[in-house]
Design a protein around this ligand. Structure first.
Ligand SMILES: NC(=O)c1ccc[n+]([C@@H]2O[C@H](COP(=O)([O-])OP(=O)(O)OC[C@H]3O[C@@H](n4cnc5c(N)ncnc54)[C@H](O)[C@@H]3O)[C@@H](O)[C@H]2O)c1
Length: 350
């Protein structure tokens, strides 16, 4: 008999986990039955709002519950591999927060175990579900913006109080997932510099450059040292430029038509020689919560037996770029050349 609902457990109820709990608890075809966090206070926090959900400090009580179909993991990245492998081996479908893992080796094993167990492995690359990114991608797919030349992205905010990973692994998964998605491919070369300026040993400001085989470029700057929150992406393309500002209250996506440089044509009466900016238009965006779309995709992929948009392979490609960037940072910025396309595909395809 085909299932019409999914029983879910959530592991990790710190900063992000409660958002997943709220979203999943609001879905008609989801029974959010169990949660786990090693900090009892976080269980109490959820219990006040959702008294019917059973809480435990031991994640294995969720993983080993035979009535649970799927597990959502929102613990620190260093714990994703161990918890996800245990859940997949227990026959659960798994959605793990970004990044999938903290090394390619771990991520690859997660993808393979999911395939062997015939279970869904989804990764919480939230922005692949964001209305702005979905719209930008469809504008490129419809041929309305031409070809992408390069992308530059900035994602900065105040750093977390007790980070387990550096700013690269904390913030860059978002931009890299969007860049790989829009570029429809993986880079040939990754160069990165990172630095720590306060007493942390973890890089707090990171600059990553990606070079794709056909010459296209992308650059990502992430950092924990700014007081204001910035989420800005510029996509320079043959039909102009897309400016995507996630922090803009209304016009998150602005498309700038090509400018006209008429300085050489200026005549004797022109007082100033200048160029004229092209027009700007703001595509209409659908109004929905990206986290709900992400969770919906995970649940539907279980019920319909299909891959989610942000699947294990997607997550593995992102981890691959992050690992190359981390290695380059450790090498003092010496570039790491590697064919990601062959590595990501050969080992990850299920
Ligand atoms: N998609 C997004 O926009 C987004 C935003 C923030 C965080 N995240 C991701 O969510 C994950 C969690 O981040 P956070 O900011 O909520 O971290 P956090 O430290 O605030 O919360 C993690 C929670 O996991 C618990 N935990 C750790 N090990 C556990 C275990 N073995 N069993 C049960 N509970 C355990 C901790 O006690 C803590 O409460 C990370 O992977 C992060 O990258 C995603």
């Amino acid at each position: 008999m085909t299932k019409s609902s999914v029983r879910v457990g959530v592991i990790g109820c710190g900063y992000w986990g409660p958002n997943l709990v709220r979203t999943l608890a609001g879905m008609e075809d989801v029974q959010l039955a169990r949660i786990s966090d090693i900090r009892p206070g976080r269980l109490d926090f959820i219990a006040k709002r959702y008294p019917d959900i059973v809480g435990s400090c031991d994640a294995m009580t969720v993983i080993s519950d035979p009535s649970i179909d799927a597990i959502v993991i929102a613990t620190p990245p260093t714990t994703h591999h161990k918890l996800a492998i245990a859940a997949l081996r227990a026959g659960k479908h798994v959605m793990v927060e970004k990044p999938l893992a903290t090394s390619v080796e771990e991520g690859r094993q997660m993808v393979l175990v999911a395939a062997q167990a015939s279970r869904i492995l989804a990764v919480g690359h939230l922005f692949l579900y964001a209305p702005a990114v979905t719209r930008i991608r469809s504008l490129f797919d419809e041929g309305r913006l031409g070809d992408i030349y390069y992308i530059s992205a900035v994602r900065t905010n105040v750093g977390p109080p007790d980070p387990q990973v550096d700013a690269l692994w904390d913030l860059a998964p978002h931009d890299i997932s969007v860049i790989l998605n829009l570029m429809k491919g993986v880079p040939e070369e990754v160069i990165a510099y990172g630095a720590s300026f306060t007493n942390r040993n973890l890089a707090e400001a990171v600059f990553v450059t990606l070079r794709f085989g056909d010459g296209r470029l992308a650059q990502v700057h992430v950092g924990w040292l700014t007081s204001n929150k910035t989420r800005l992406m510029r996509i320079v393309c043959s039909q102009g430029e897309v400016v995507y500002d996630e922090m803009h209250p209304t016009d998150k996506v602005q498309v700038h038509n090509p400018s006209i440089d008429n300085r050489l044509q200026a005549g004797a009466t022109d007082a100033t020689l200048s160029y004229r900016s092209g027009g700007v238009w703001c595509p209409t965006l659908h109004n929905y919560e990206p986290l709900r779309a992400e969770c919906r995709d995970f649940i539907d992929s279980i019920l319909q037996g299909r891959r989610p948009i942000s699947d294990g392979e997607t997550g593995l490609s992102v981890v691959h770029v992050l690992e190359l960037a981390a290695k380059c940072m450790q090498n003092g910025g010496r570039s790491v050349l590697q064919s990601l396309s062959s590595v990501a595909r050969a080992e990850a395809i299920v």
